[in-house]
Design a binder for this molecule. Structure first.
Ligand SMILES: [Zn+2]
Length: 394
């Protein structure tokens, strides 16, 4: 038996434990969680001084294919459509490491930051063993195969690529899911085909939605910066868009899937949040706080989501809009920007809510006896409170 001792343990589903011990058997299964005074004797002890043990964190949205970036692309506050141009240029840059190596960098960085589960967006060419080969750090990756396009001529090929992706998914720790990229980049036919495949496979779906005001303008009126962007790339096909003339109509279609993650949702209206609340058992929203700050978006409707009991998870997004994959700093950013949200709630956003969003809540996002121990350790600047590690933004 091994034991891990810390000033506090946060099981998340149950109250914090002071002067706590977590004891695991030879299979790493938790057999004791409680005060040190009651722990079993004869264990091999590891003591974490001035520290808090909490469940492995859950990064519900990232794109690890950009993990070789040393700084975000473009500049803070830039126009989102101009940033997309930077992303496309970076993808084509010569001399980059292989995609498999870049993904490995991202997985290793995530593990260093205490992340145990990831919702990853992956693009073609896609090799699922790139993820399985780098596991168990972190322990679980849900890979959302991203598709975009509005050319009817290539939809059959894209759907057969997606079907092949499911056929190539034999690993327990790497699960297959789908992602129509965003409303401006996915035409109606591709969107409908992906939704239909997701329902057939009973898989989860991730979609960037309500990320910018300009996106809403495009969805509702087919005007604005996204129209200009599509024209500049010579991919504007007016007849490919039209069935979904509102964010709400897209939400309703996505909600027909077994499980879904709405990525960002920075500009969701109260009506749209009311709808998400009605399907909260199968639809989550993923807040990416430092990416949100990078683009200088309006205040995030976090309290409005939490008031409606919407399942809010957290993501780093990619290193194209974020300095690193450190999920703790995302949680600190939430605390800094939304000080009225109870700190316990912020811990849930980074743990159990993310696990629920990814359908992993039976084995991730909490610490309970009988479960495999997937935990991380945070240094606590002062040990009188179980949450000082989150409040410290130095
Ligand atoms: Zn993203």
């Amino acid at each position: 038996m091994k034991s891990y001792l810390a000033d506090w343990i946060l099981p998340v589903a149950t109250p914090p434990i002071a002067n706590a011990a977590l004891v695991v058997d030879s299979d790493d299964r938790i057999i004791f969680l409680g005060p040190r005074s009651r722990m079993p004797t004869g264990t091999d002890e590891t003591v974490f001084a001035s520290s808090v043990i909490l469940p492995g964190l859950v990064n519900a949205h990232t794109h690890l294919e950009f993990s070789d970036l040393s700084a975000p692309l473009g500049s803070a506050g830039m126009e989102f459509t101009d940033w997309i141009g930077e992303v496309i240029r970076f993808r084509g840059r010569a001399g980059r490491a292989s995609k498999a190596d870049v993904i490995k960098i991202g997985l290793e960085q995530s593990a260093r930051y205490g992340v145990a589960a990831i919702g990853e967006i992956a693009t073609t060419p896609l090799v699922l063993k790139d993820y399985a080969g780098a596991l168990p750090c972190p322990a679980s990756v849900q890979v959302f195969f991203e598709q975009l396009g509005s050319d009817d001529g290539v939809i059959d090929q894209k759907i057969s690529e997606a079907e092949q992706f499911f056929a190539d998914s034999p690993w327990d720790s790497v699960s297959a899911a789908l992602s129509p990229h965003a409303p401006y980049s996915v035409g109606d036919r591709l969107f409908d085909s992906l939704m239909s495949l997701a329902r057939q496979k009973q898989c989860s779906v991730s979609m960037h939605l309500a990320e910018t005001r300009a996106e809403r303008e495009f969805v509702e009126n087919k005007t604005g910066p996204f129209l200009d962007m599509l024209r500049s790339f010579d991919v504007w096909r007016p007849t490919a868009y039209g069935r979904y003339g509102s964010i709400l109509s897209i939400l309703k279609e996505v909600a027909r899937c077994a499980s879904s993650l709405i990525i960002h949702g920075n500009y969701l209206t109260m009506d749209e949040l009311d709808f998400i609340a009605t399907v909260r058992d199968r639809m989550s929203v993923v807040f990416c706080p430092r990416t949100h700050a990078y683009f200088g978006h309006a205040r995030y409707p976090l309290e409005e989501m939490l008031d409606r009991a919407i399942n809010v998870a957290v993501g780093t997004d990619s290193l194209a809009s974020n300095p690193d994959l450190d999920l703790l700093w995302e949680l600190k950013e939430i605390h800094r920007r939304h000080p009225e949200v109870p700190i316990e709630k912020i811990v849930e956003i980074g743990t159990i809510n993310g696990a629920e969003a990814l359908g992993l809540d039976k084995s991730f996002g909490g610490l309970t006896t009988g479960q495999i121990a997937r935990f991380c350790v945070q240094q606590a600047p002062e040990t009188t409170s179980p949450y000082s590690w989150l409040a410290d933004t130095n």
